[in-house]
Design a protein around this ligand. Structure first.
Ligand SMILES: [Zn+2]
Length: 90
């Protein structure tokens, strides 16, 4: 099942809060890795839970993408995907 959530952080929020926006919506596990697909209006971060293997998308606005690009949280690895590239569950 794939769902889309919206990121709930501000561009100036601390890294822990930014990283928390990417927690698994089912089991709240921390996600270490996300693939960011930057669009002209909204962008999507594709996430796969390392614990329960569920996947979901987090919708981001331009300010949030800028924050992730310039000052990503230290616990979250961000890759920039193309053409809907998704992370592969381990
Ligand atoms: Zn999970």
């Amino acid at each position: 099942m794939s769902v889309t959530d919206c990121a709930r952080f501000l561009a100036e929020d601390p890294g822990e809060l930014v990283a928390a926006s990417f927690a698994c919506p089912w089991c709240l596990a921390r996600v270490d890795d996300t693939v960011l697909e930057v669009g002209t209006h909204d962008s999507l971060a594709h996430c796969v839970c390392p614990s329960c293997s569920e996947d979901w998308d987090v919708a981001l606005h331009a300010g949030q993408v800028m924050r992730l690009s310039l000052a990503p949280p230290p616990t979250l690895r961000i890759r920039f995907g193309r053409d809907g590239g998704r992370p592969v569950a381990a």
